[in-house]
Design a binder for this molecule. Sequence first.
Ligand code: BMA
Length: 306
Amino acid sequence: MHLQRASSEPLMLPDPTSTWETYNVFNPAVIHHNGIFHMHYRAQGLDWISRIGYAVSEDGLHWNRMREPVLAPIDGTDSRGVEDPRVTEIDGVFYMCYTAYGREYSGAPTHDGGGIWPMIARSENLITWERMGPIVRGENNKDHVLFPRRINGRYVALHRRWPNVWIAYSDDLLTWREEDMAPLYGPRTDDPDAWDFKSVGSNGVPIETEHGWLLINHGYNEDHIYKFGVCLVDLDDPTRVVRRPKRAIFAPQELWELRGDVPNVVFSNANPVVDDVVYVYYGGGDHAIGLATCRLDELVDFALNG
Ligand code: BMA
């Protein structure tokens, strides 16, 4: 089981004529809504501050970008950039999980004298976003993503407390209590040869299947080569891991994934399913955007038997 690249070339490259997406475009969120693919992507321009751009596509391959970003820093909590969006539609409202990186912090600095805030914002039109708040404060916590529906009446999120993936429940998406959080799975620290020996994190929105929630994830080893794998968790009790195959399903291979701004990186925040095909959009080398796909039934079969 391996994801197949739609092309050996990137789908989207930085725009050297712009000021805000001059150098890098990567790590996009993509949802399929009303027959159109909608992308929110991280971009870095002349000031090296990350902003979120927006693009639309009919076929998932050819994209039209909006000229201005839809999310940009506004205060001390995100002055160094807004990064790595993951968009989930729940009951007709869009929620963007993203990492705010700022000079302000809560408690102790979490990053080079600044703070990391795992934020949630909401939108009804995918263009104007209203910030709701962080799911936790004062810790290096990223890679958070919301499940696409409530489970037993509550909202559910995955997040990453390095180096593990955690799960959290909330009644209103604003309050995330420590007692409603639990570790879900971690790096395979018992096997130094495992591709995910050192760290793991979540990719895009969990995919609901009859066998459970299919989670695509990323991880790396001592070599810091990012790869993807899968994990299946229980439909009604997603704190329970059903299966987690050992083998990776995707790894850097093309030159623009092996080099780029950061070498040996494929990093995905999006895996929408359209007509039984899983579209895995990813950033390569923290520099450009690519697409790899597979059939959903093959991925489920791999999650169950691989
Ligand atoms: C992670 C995130 C991603 C990035 C990856 C590889 O920590 O910051 O945005 O793609 O590192 O550099």
